[in-house]
Design a protein around this ligand. Structure first.
Ligand code: GTQ
Length: 354
C-alpha cells in the first residue's frame, strides 16, 4: 500500500464535502473502496462448515410429520453457510439442501432456469423424472436436472428417500435470469421414453447417429453409483493414486467430454484408510457429501470431522487436507465449469503436509 500523505484539515474537509455531494448523485469515489473491491486474493464470506447427517435426518423426519411434499412443493432443509446466513447459500455461488420424499408422496413437476443436481444418500424406491424419462434412485447415484427441464419426484418404496440437492440459484440470481413454472399437465409429467433409454443412447461410448449436440447439458441424466464405484475400485488397484485427490473422477457429458452441466461440476473420489492428502486449494468453493467412511478435514485451519451422510463445505482458496480414518468415498460439487469458461478458475497443489 502507498504511504499516507499528510492531509491538512482543510483538505479533509473539502474531501468530505465532495463525498457527500457525490453521494447525493448516486456516486462514490473508487479510491475509498478499491482494496475491498479488488482483493489480492479471494476473501470468501462463507466459512468451513459441516452438517451431521444423523442430526439432519432427525430434523427431516420431524418436518415430514408436519408438512407434506405436496404442500411444501419441495420438502427441503436448506444448508445455509454460517458465514452468510439468510441467503439460502452454502457458498457464494451455490445452493444446497437435503430433500426427503416419504413413501407414496409426490413432489409436483416444475421447471426453472436454475440447474439442479442430486446425490442420493438414503432409501430405495425413490424416483425422479427428468424431461420425459423416469430415473429410479439408488444410494450414491448422481442425477442431473438441466436448466428448464421439467422434473418431479416420487417414492414407490416403503422407507423415506433422502438426497442432497445442489442448485446454481445464486448464480442465476446474480444475473437476474430466473424463470420458473409449474408443469401445465398435472402433478406428474408425461413420460415420453422408457426408463434407461438415455443410458442406452449415450452412456456406452456410443451415440445415436442422428444425435445433434445442441444443449449445453448432458443428454445423460443418471450416473449410477454402481458404475462410478467399480471405476474407482479398479483405478485404485491400477494406480497411481494422486497425493492430493486420491482416485478422483468427474462426471462428464459423454457427448462432449466436458462437464455434465455448464454451471456446476461434480466429482467422486476414493481415499484409503490412513491416507493424509497433501494440501490443496482452488477458487471453486466445494460442497462434499460423504458416501462412506470417516475422517477429519483440515480446512484453512478449521478441523471438520465427517462420517457417512455428512455434508461439509470448503470455501474458495482455503487449503484443505483430508485425513482419512475409514476407507472413504466422497462426492463433491462446485461452480468449477462456470469459473473455467469465464477464465477465472485457479488451483494450487501444495507440497507441505501436516
Ligand atoms: O427438486 O426441484 O432443493 O426446485 C430447491 C429447489 C430442490 C427441486 C431444491 C427445487 C428443487
Amino acid at each position: 500500500m502507498l504511504d499516507q500523505p499528510f492531509l491538512s484539515d482543510e483538505l479533509v474537509q473539502k474531501r468530505q464535502d465532495l463525498y457527500s455531494r457525490l453521494d447525493q448523485v448516486a456516486t462514490a469515489p473508487l479510491w475509498s473502496v478499491m482494496s475491498k473491491l479488488v482483493t489480492a486474493t479471494p476473501q470468501p464470506a462463507s466459512v468451513p462448515a459441516v452438517w451431521s447427517y444423523q442430526v439432519m435426518r432427525r430434523l427431516l423426519l420431524e418436518a415430514g410429520g408436519l408438512i407434506s411434499a405436496k404442500e411444501a412443493e419441495r420438502r427441503v432443509l436448506i444448508l445455509e453457510n454460517p458465514g452468510i446466513r439468510g441467503m439460502s447459500q452454502i457458498t457464494q455461488s451455490l445452493y444446497a439442501g437435503l430433500q426427503m420424499i416419504l413413501p407414496g408422496e409426490i413432489a409436483p413437476s416444475h421447471r426453472h432456469a436454475a440447474s439442479a443436481l442430486r446425490f442420493v444418500i438414503e432409501g430405495e424406491g425413490g424416483y425422479t423424472a427428468v424431461d420425459g424419462e423416469r430415473i429410479t434412485m439408488h444410494p450414491g447415484d448422481f442425477i442431473i436436472t438441466p436448466s428448464w427441464t421439467f422434473h418431479d419426484h416420487g417414492n414407490n418404496g416403503d422407507t423415506p428417500v433422502i438426497w442432497l440437492d445442489g442448485l446454481d440459484v445464486p448464480m442465476v440470481n446474480l444475473f437476474d435470469a430466473s424463470f420458473a413454472q409449474g408443469y401445465p399437465g398435472g402433478e406428474v409429467q408425461a413420460l415420453t421414453r422408457p426408463e434407461n433409454d438415455a443410458s442406452a443412447r449415450y452412456s456406452q461410448g456410443l451415440a445415436p447417429v442422428e444425435y445433434v449436440h445442441t444443449s449445453t447439458s448432458s443428454p445423460l441424466f443418471h450416473y449410477p453409483y454402481s458404475t462410478a464405484r467399480a471405476a474407482l475400485d479398479t483405478l485404485y488397484r491400477n494406480g497411481p493414486v494422486n497425493p492430493w485427490h486420491g482416485v478422483k473422477l468427474q462426471y462428464i457429458n459423454p457427448t462432449t467430454g466436458g462437464p455434465a452441466m455448464p454451471t456446476m461440476g461434480a466429482f467422486i473420489q476414493l481415499y484409503q484408510a490412513g491416507f493424509v492428502s497433501r494440501p490443496y486449494r482452488s477458487t471453486d468453493a466445494s460442497v462434499f457429501c460423504v458416501k462412506q467412511g470417516s475422517g477429519v478435514s483440515h480446512i484453512g485451519g478449521t478441523l471438520v470431522p465427517w462420517e457417512a451422510g455428512d455434508v461439509f463445505m470448503v470455501p474458495s482458496w482455503s487449503a484443505v487436507i483430508h485425513e482419512v480414518q475409514q476407507d472413504a468415498v466422497l462426492f463433491s460439487f462446485s461452480d468449477r465449469p462456470a469459473q473455467k469458461v469465464l477464465g477465472l478458475w485457479r488451483e494450487e497443489q501444495m507440497e507441505t503436509t501436516l
